[in-house]
Write a protein that binds this ligand. Sequence first.
Ligand SMILES: *[C@@H]1O[C@H](CO)[C@@H](O)[C@H](O)[C@H]1NC(C)=O
Length: 286
Amino acid sequence: MCDILYFLEVKKMLKYLLIIIATVASEPCPYTYGNQRYERIAVLTIKGLPTNLVVNPNTRDLFFTLIDIDSLHNDDEQTKMDQYVLRNGMPIKIDNVNGQAAAVDAKNNKVYIASDDGLNVLNQTDRANFVSMKDEDIVLLFKPQHNDELYAVLYPENEVYTINLKKNEKNKIEDVPCAFILAVDAQDNIYYECNTKYVKVLLKDFHEPIEFVGISKNSARAMAVDNNNRVILAANDGLYLLRPDNLVPKKLMNLDFVPSGIAFDEDDIFLATNSVIYKYSADECE
Ligand SMILES: *[C@@H]1O[C@H](CO)[C@@H](O)[C@H](O)[C@H]1NC(C)=O
């Protein structure tokens, strides 16, 4: 009699123990971004370093440039990279161009591909077709969604130009000396990092860029604008909100890996690092 009671007691305890273990093992939504909890999945694992992430909100396509890491570390060789689109979980290489970055004009449903020989646009069959800037080595693109301008960064000086897509005009932004990372908000403030130094913002109608404080030198990796027109910096130790009216960025998320790219798709966040692209989603979180 006594033995049976003891057995039942142990069984009950074991049951509770198993419930506790199961809860800890699958702790839901362990990542925090601002005040919101997120969970994450790897949407792609691939050999190389994915950078220049951007989503086409009309199709959910995720564009990225894949850098060959061996060529990146070899000084004698030009860095090798390829332009990809991740669609329905499948990476598709855009192989009729030396793609280096993509930008999406959501309003006109156009995808621009920067190459070492000018600007291209993708057609329905994912082939690049030349549009302008022949002989220019375009290494970075940014498309604000509120106007007809496209921002382009040109190798080798990494100077920043705006391209007016309607008028087909190109204008140099004199007050930004160079950019390796670039984003522009809906008020036309330009956020950038030049020569692996500090992150700055050139406010619209101003001439002297302002430096953000508190972010370690040479730690900025990528920028993107989210759906609320907030500029988010991905740095070595986490994600920061960059505001035009506050020189101290607000840290929104800690990261335990070095990010190489960031993009937003509504409330989802895509973050890339060596050989992987993660998607952070709050859909199933409180
Ligand atoms: C897309 O572009 C490629 C390369 O220029 C061309 O061969 C193809 O016919 C185009 N497809 C469509 C649907 O326009």
